[in-house]
Design a binder for this molecule. Structure first.
Ligand SMILES: [Zn+2]
Length: 350
């Protein structure tokens, strides 16, 4: 799959390509968006581009080098897929993704990668059962990634519909997701990030495919409460006002963990909204008044170059809040990192 075979999504393609030219490919990324938004095709095109040995300038993979030819058939030895499965007549016990790989290739190629979960279940004749990503497949991920790549630069592990990862199997892959072997790329695909186990979610860089829930809605009552504090915090960061940042830090440290997470999640949404203004020139419905004004004013500061860093910072902070990090240290450190995104030469004490 080459980028040029996917309709539209130019901004996302450009951002993905940029990560390669900047040599900043995050090792675990979650592509999410509603059914039909090309998230799986984009992930495969991205992986093919990364491993193409004859990249077409900075725009696309070549489609003809040995790596691309194998990718086009979904048969590259360093490209691995994990997807929900269950027992079937043909695989009556201990089902794993590898038992269905021929079905998977045929299914994707015939549907032009526009795969829906129900169609997949139909393709492997699950009848009325629901598939899951099971513990055996989690072990398989670890085994597969413990070998060196056969021929390409990156080993790629694509987990399709990661919201179907079985709850008790998930801990098996937390460590490898966080600290994968070198040159390993996890691409997780999801239609509903709200259903993903939080410890998995927090270990990935979110790649919102336009039309995705965070861009279009995802607003909660709580967001209205967070708005004013967030605006003041960003103003203090932008102005590098250390005294204000310290008082912000002590104030937010008094909140409970859930409220701190809600605040940071709101921050992630604002960054998504700003990206939406910048790259798609639109905003979700329901944002108005002072908040709308703030997002319009703030969006020029969220650029292609720092969007991933903003996302990373907030995701990582959520991850650490969940693990009971010392809140004053965490929020002060986060604030100073944001100051540096605004002012790269900033030195806190002079
Ligand atoms: Zn190529």
């Amino acid at each position: 799959m080459r980028f040029c075979e996917i309709d539209g999504q130019d901004e996302i393609k450009r951002k993905l390509i940029q990560t390669v030219s900047d040599q900043r490919v995050s090792h675990a990324q979650l592509f999410f968006g509603p059914e039909g938004c090309c998230k799986l095709s984009l992930a495969i095109a991205y992986a093919q581009y990364i491993n193409c040995t004859n990249k077409q300038g900075i725009t696309d993979s070549c489609g003809t080098c040995p790596s691309c030819l194998k990718y086009q058939k979904l048969a590259h030895p360093d490209l691995h897929f994990i997807y929900p499965v269950a027992t079937t007549k043909r695989v009556p016990k201990k089902p794993q993704s590898k038992h269905f790989i021929e079905n998977w290739r045929k299914f994707l190629l015939e549907s032009n990668y526009q795969a829906s979960l129900q169609e997949w279940y139909g393709a492997i004749e699950l009848e009325n059962k629901q598939g899951i990503i099971n513990a055996d497949d989690c072990n398989e991920i670890i085994t597969t990634l413990s070998y060196k790549s056969y021929e390409s630069d990156y080993k790629v592990m694509i987990l399709w519909m990661v919201e179907k990862l079985y709850y008790s199997a998930a801990p098996k892959i937390l460590k490898i997701l966080e600290e994968p072997p070198e040159k390993t790329l996890f691409l997780l695909i999801s239609e509903d990030p709200d259903q993903i186990i939080k410890t998995i979610l927090s270990r990935t860089l979110l790649v919102k495919i336009p039309g995705s829930p965070l861009f279009q809605s995802g607003r909660t009552e709580e967001d209205t409460i967070h708005f004013e504090s967030f605006r003041q915090w960003m103003r203090a960061c932008y102005g590098a006002k250390i005294v204000d940042l310290i008082s912000f830090t002590s104030e937010i440290s008094r909140f409970g963990r859930e409220k701190q997470k809600g605040f940071l999640t709101y921050g992630l949404k604002v960054i998504g909204f700003c990206a939406s203004v910048n790259f798609r020139n639109n905003l979700p419905a329901g944002i108005e008044g002072e908040e709308l004004k703030f997002i319009r004013d703030f969006s020029p500061f969220i650029k292609i170059e720092n969007l991933h860093e903003f996302n990373d910072l907030f995701n990582s902070a959520i991850f650490h809040v969940e693990r009971n990090a010392h809140a004053p240290t965490l929020f002060l450190d986060l604030s100073l990192k944001i100051v540096r995104l605004f002012k790269p030469n900033f030195v806190p004490l002079s």
